[in-house]
Design a protein around this ligand. Structure first.
Ligand code: GLC
Length: 544
C-alpha cells in the first residue's frame, strides 16, 4: 500500500516539483549534478602549497570520470583572501594565487571540451576592504558619494563610541567596525555582516547593481555558464537598520524569528534585476545560497523572474533519522513546488562539517553518508556534491596553529571555523600531502591517516567510496527510472523511508537498528551488502 502526498501536505496526490512551463524543465541544470571545486584545496600545479586553476584543469579527466554535468568553482576573483576569496577586491579578474584569468580560460576550455559546464561564485553582498571603492570611501570622508556605496553610520552615545545598532557578525563579534578618519581621529562605523575586511555594500545605491551587471556580463561573455550567488538572502537591509530582537551570532539562517540582517523584502527586487541580465544568456543558471527556513519565503526566491535554483539546506541539516529526513525532503519539495521550480539538494559544502563526521564519524558515519547520498540522488532536481565527498573524506581536527578560517580569530578562539572540511584532496602516494602539491607546506595540512583514502587507492577498488559514487551517479544519469518530477511515499517499517519516482525507481533508506526486508523488485544498487536479501541499518537501496 502506498501513501500519496501532495507537496508535503499529506492530503493526496504526488509531490511534484520542477514542472514550470516555459522551458525550465528542459534546461540543462534542471537535473544536473554539480561538482563543487574548492580551488585552493583541489590540486596545486605550481608547488606553492595552494591549489590553483591549472590544477583543476590537470584533473579534468578525474572530474569527467565522476560523470558530473557542471563544476561550481568557489571564488577565484582577485582577493586579499581574508575569507578565502569571499572578500573580492576586483570582481573582473582572477587572483594570481589561482593562476590569473588565463588559467580560468584554460579550465573553461578543458571543461567544455569534456562536456562539463562551469559556474563561478559571485559575491554581491560585500566586497573586500581592499576594493578601490572601499579605499575611496575611507579617503573621501563622511557624507561623500564614495561612502554611499557602503553602509557607513555615525556611532551612538557620547563621542559616537558605540556601534550604530546591535547587529553581530556571522563570524563573531560586532557587525560594525569604527574607522579612523583622515585627521587620524576615530570617526564613522561601517557594517560588515562577516569579517571586518568584508564591508557590506549599500544596495540602495544604483551604482552597486550597475557594477554587478558589468561583472556578470564580463564572465558570461567569456563563456561562464552561470553563478552560485553568495548570501543571496542578504544584500537588502531594512530601512533604519533596526536592532536585532534576539542576538543570533553564528546564524546565517533566517528562520521564523525576525532577523533584520537577512531575507528583507527588498532582496527580491535585486534578484529581479540580476535575473534580467541572466535572461540575455539563454543557458546561464543563477543558483542562490538561500538560508531561509520558511517554505513560502524560500519559494519567493524561485519565482520565474528571480533565481533558477536555490540551495535548500534542510536535507543537509537533517539528522540521520527517518522522520527528520522525510520531513526535509517533503519540505524541500514543497518549497520548490510553491514556485513551480526545480529543487536543489546538497549534503555538503565548504561551510559545514563533512557528512561522514556529521552522521557520527567512523565507518557508521560513512555508511550513513552513502545512504543519504542515494536518497539525494534518487530525488528530482539538481544535486550538488562537494569535492572529496566522493572519497568519503571526514572532517580533520587541526591544531590551533593550523587554523586559517577568520572565524577562529573573530570569535576570540571560541569557534574553530570551517577549515576541518576544507582540507586538500589526497590524490596519491603514501604520505602527506598525498600528491596534492610538490610542496610539503600546504595551506592546510593533510593528515597521515588519509593514506587509504587517496584517489589512487580508491580508483581500482570496487568496494571504495569512489567506486560507489561513480556507480550511483552513472545510474542516475543513465536510467530512465530516475525521470519525472514527482515522488510517492511508500509504506515502510519504523525508522525507514521509502519512495518511488514517477519513472519507477524505488529508494529505501534504513535509519533504524535492524535489517529490513526490501519491497519487490530488482536491486539496482545498495550502499551496503544485503544480509540474506535484507537491507542492513545505515544503508539505502535502489530498486526497479
Ligand atoms: C557564504 C560562503 C562562506 C563565506 C560567506 C561570506 O556563506 O559560503 O564561505 O564565508 O558567504 O561571503
Amino acid at each position: 500500500m502506498s501513501e500519496n502526498i501532495e507537496a508535503g501536505s499529506r492530503s493526496g496526490g504526488d509531490i511534484e516539483a520542477g514542472s514550470r512551463s516555459g522551458g525550465d524543465i528542459e534546461a540543462w541544470w534542471s537535473r544536473a549534478l554539480f561538482y563543487q571545486v574548492y580551488p585552493r584545496s583541489f590540486y596545486d600545479s605550481n608547488g606553492d602549497g595552494f591549489g590553483d586553476l591549472d590544477g583543476v584543469t590537470a584533473k579534468m579527466g578525474y572530474i569527467a570520470s565522476l560523470g558530473v554535468d557542471a563544476i561550481w568553482l568557489n571564488p577565484v576573483m582577485v582577493s586579499p583572501m581574508a575569507d578565502n576569496g569571499y572578500d573580492v577586491a576586483d570582481p573582473r579578474d582572477v587572483d594570481p594565487l589561482f593562476g590569473g584569468i588565463g588559467a580560468l580560460d584554460r579550465l573553461t576550455d578543458a571543461a567544455h571540451a569534456a562536456g562539463i559546464k562551469v559556474t563561478m561564485d559571485l559575491v554581491p553582498n560585500h566586497t573586500s576592504s581592499a576594493h578601490p571603492w572601499f579605499q575611496a570611501a575611507l579617503a573621501a570622508g563622511p557624507g561623500s558619494d564614495a561612502r554611499e556605496r557602503y553602509i557607513f553610520r555615525d556611532g551612538v552615545g557620547p563621542g559616537g563610541t558605540q556601534p550604530p545598532n546591535n547587529w553581530v557578525s556571522i563570524f563573531g563579534g560586532p557587525a560594525w567596525s569604527r574607522i579612523d578618519e583622515a585627521d587620524g581621529n576615530p570617526g564613522q562605523w561601517y557594517l560588515h555582516l562577516f569579517d571586518a575586511e568584508q564591508p557590506d555594500l549599500n544596495w540602495d545605491n544604483p551604482e552597486v547593481f550597475e557594477d554587478l551587471e558589468k561583472t556578470l556580463r564580463f564572465w558570461l561573455e567569456r563563456g561562464i555558464d552561470g553563478f552560485r550567488i553568495d548570501v543571496a538572502h542578504g544584500m537588502a537591509k531594512p530601512p533604519g537598520l533596526p536592532d536585532m530582537a534576539a542576538i543570533k551570532a553564528e546564524v546565517l539562517l533566517a528562520d521564523i524569528d525576525d532577523d533584520p540582517r537577512f531575507n528583507n523584502d527588498g532582496v527580491h527586487d535585486i534578484h529581479r534585476q540580476i535575473r534580467q541580465v541572466f535572461d540575455d544568456y539563454a543557458n546561464a543558471v543563477a543558483i542562490g545560497e538561500v538560508w531561509v527556513y520558511d517554505n513560502e519565503q524560500f519559494a519567493q526566491y524561485l519565482r520565474p523572474d528571480e533565481l533558477h535554483l536555490a540551495f535548500n539546506f534542510r536535507l543537509l541539516r537533517a539528522e540521520f533519522d527517518a522522520e527528520d529526513i522525510r520531513g526535509a525532503i517533503e519540505n524541500s519539495l514543497t518549497a520548490a513546488h510553491i514556485a513551480d521550480a526545480t529543487p536543489s539538494w546538497t549534503l555538503a559544502n565548504h561551510d559545514v562539517d563533512r557528512a561522514p563526521t556529521r552522521y557520527g564519524g567512523g565507518d557508521a558515519g560513512l555508511d550513513r553518508a552513502k545512504a543519504m547520498t542515494m536518497a539525494m540522488l534518487a530525488l528530482p532536481g539538481a544535486v550538488f556534491i562537494y569535492n572529496g565527498e566522493e572519497l568519503g573524506l571526514p572532517n580533520v581536527d587541526l591544531p590551533d596553529e593550523a587554523l586559517r578560517d577568520p572565524v577562529w580569530e573573530r570569535s576570540g578562539h571560541t569557534r574553530r571555523g570551517r577549515d576541518a572540511s576544507r582540507i586538500p584532496v589526497p590524490w596519491d602516494g603514501d604520505a602527506p600531502p598525498f600528491g596534492f602539491s610538490d610542496n610539503p607546506d600546504t595551506w592546510l595540512p593533510l593528515p597521515a591517516d588519509w593514506a587509504a583514502l587517496t584517489v589512487e587507492k580508491q580508483d581500482d577498488d570496487p568496494a571504495s567510496a569512489l567506486a560507489f559514487y561513480r556507480r550511483a551517479i552513472e545510474l542516475r544519469c543513465r536510467r530512465g527510472e530516475f525521470e519525472g518530477s514527482t515522488i510517492e511515499w511508500l509504506d515502510s517499517p519504523a525508522d525507514t523511508i521509502a519512495f518511488r519516482r514517477d519513472g519507477g525507481l524505488v529508494c529505501v533508506l534504513n535509519a533504524g537498528t535492524r535489517a529490513i526486508a526490501l519491497p519487490d523488485g530488482d536491486v539496482l544498487l545498495a550502499s551496503a551488502e544485503l544480509i540474506d536479501g535484507e537491507l542492513p541499518p545505515d544503508a539505502a537501496a535502489w530498486l526497479v
